[in-house]
Design a protein around this ligand. Structure first.
Ligand SMILES: Cc1cc2nc3c(=O)[nH]c(=O)nc-3n(C[C@H](O)[C@H](O)[C@H](O)COP(=O)(O)OP(=O)(O)OC[C@H]3O[C@@H](n4cnc5c(N)ncnc54)[C@H](O)[C@@H]3O)c2cc1C
Length: 411
């Protein structure tokens, strides 16, 4: 275990918590809410002061398993009215030059249940923030970490120290704790940036989501409440920057080349922003007295809208493992529970991430041979009822073997 080079000996008077969570994004907040509700523990939630967020720009698709977790931790009731159900989803493959693009694959739940819910990320974090009430909040950036035999010590930028039996790193893709614990990552840039914007349209979307696989990368139009949709539009990074800076009329003209005229006239609401896309995963999800969750552990391509959903699976699994230990009066930061968390999560997140990366590579090109092969594959899949049902169940995230919180059960 490596500690910060700037660390002085731990201060024995620093407060000791059972668990200190670093990072109050959706994943850190969800873990705080899950732990607060399931066990009466001393929990600290530490977050670095940051500039005003993206406001109503970033959105997420929440799987039924994630919805069950949000219900269980008491956050769903505050979010339900703002979340738009996705009732069906159509997948297309083609180029921007095609006069008509054929629908190759269509998903809808046989009983009409939503496939997922779309929500603004800021609404999700606000609902989780309220559900995590009672957790001690500490404002400050973590700059140091040292694991000891009984507790780990965090140092904040102002020199304050916080001690806890278990540190949970939910500090995002550029995780400082991951670096302080000397955990290496593997991965690669995808060579794409995801343009994100909210689009107003003339006609109702009727809860339908569309994903168009185009040579530069996937383009998704995802329904929001009212006559609004969220786009996640992948391009080469320089083209993405150019499009975000272009006048609105040019942006919309380019958008119309990618999307069917189904929704009538389109208008952009607010700015468009491009996020560089990377595939990256931590070589280890744990170190002495430390567990990584969310983007700190894995960064996946957004084409299947699974990044936060995977992070909430980490939350559900770690909460289950830790609460079980604490109920038995055992140390939540000991080696065995951390090894169990890693065993249950690392392979699942890695295979999901690699699957999304492979799909992105298979579709993001203009090869006629690959296109005919993948289109054949999608058509076969569209006609294979059991396979489609299995895919819907897999994306839902609450099936057999899933942690209890994703089934809406207590830990
Ligand atoms: C274009 C795009 C579209 C996406 N669409 C979807 C989707 O449809 N569905 C889906 O499930 N996911 C989606 N995702 C992924 C999803 O947005 C992320 O997986 C998720 O937001 C990660 O949450 P997090 O809490 O792990 O990290 P973050 O949201 O990055 O939070 C990290 C927190 O840690 C804090 N922090 C950082 N360093 C420190 C420090 N040193 N000390 C203290 N605090 C610190 C930060 O202030 C921040 O609050 C998408 C991503 C992109 C880029």
């Amino acid at each position: 275990m490596k500690s910060s080079a700037t660390m002085s000996p731990p201060n024995p008077t620093a407060p000791v918590f059972d668990i200190a969570i670093v990072g109050a994004g959706a994943v850190g907040l969800a873990f705080a809410a899950a732990i607060r509700r399931e066990a009466r523990l001393k929990v600290a939630l530490i977050d670095a002061p940051r500039p005003a967020g993206d406001g109503r720009l970033r959105t997420v698709a929440l799987s039924p398993g994630s919805q069950a977790l949000l219900e269980r931790v008491g956050a769903w009731s505050a979010l339900a009215d703002a979340a738009q159900p996705i009732l069906d989803m159509a997948i297309y493959d083609g180029t921007t030059a095609d006069a008509v693009r054929l629908e190759l694959l269509h998903f809808a739940h046989p009983d009409g249940a939503p496939l997922a819910h779309m929500a603004y990320t800021s609404d999700v974090t606000a609902a989780l923030d309220a559900a995590a009430e009672g957790v001690t909040r500490i404002a400050g950036a973590v700059t140091g970490f040292a694991a000891g035999p009984f507790v780990a010590t965090l140092t904040l930028a102002d020199g304050e120290e916080v001690r806890a039996r278990l540190i949970v790193a939910a500090d995002g893709a550029r995780s400082k704790l991951r670096a302080l614990a000397d955990i290496a990552t593997s991965g690669w840039p995808t060579g794409q940036a995801g343009i994100v914007a909210t689009i107003a349209h003339e006609r109702d979307h009727e809860g339908r989501a569309e994903q168009h696989f185009l040579p530069a990368g996937p383009f998704a139009m995802l329904p929001l409440k009212g006559r609004f949709s969220s786009i996640v539009w992948n391009e080469r990074p320089e083209e993405a920057e150019r499009l975000c800076a272009a006048p609105e009329a040019e942006f919309i003209a380019e958008l119309e080349r990618r999307f069917s005229p189904r929704l009538g006239a389109l208008r952009r609401v607010g700015e468009a922003r491009a996020f560089p896309l990377e595939f990256r995963f931590a070589r280890s999800y744990v170190a002495d007295r430390l567990a990584l969750i969310g983007d700190a552990a894995h960064l996946v391509h957004p084409l299947a809208g699974q990044g936060l959903n995977l992070g909430l699976r980490d939350v559900a699994t770690l909460a289950e493992v830790v609460v079980e230990r604490l109920r038995l009066g055992l140390d939540p930061g000991a080696r065995e529970p951390l090894a169990e968390y890693q065993r249950r999560r690392r392979f699942d997140a890695l295979t999901s991430g690699l699957g999304m990366d492979a799909m992105n590579r298979l579709f993001s090109n203009d090869s006629a041979v690959l296109r005919s092969l993948r289109d054949l594959g999608l058509r076969v899949m569209d006609r294979a009822g059991p396979l489609k049902r299995a895919l819907i169940a897999e994306a839902a995230g609450g099936g057999r073997g899933a942690p209890r919180l994703l089934k809406g059960l207590g830990v």
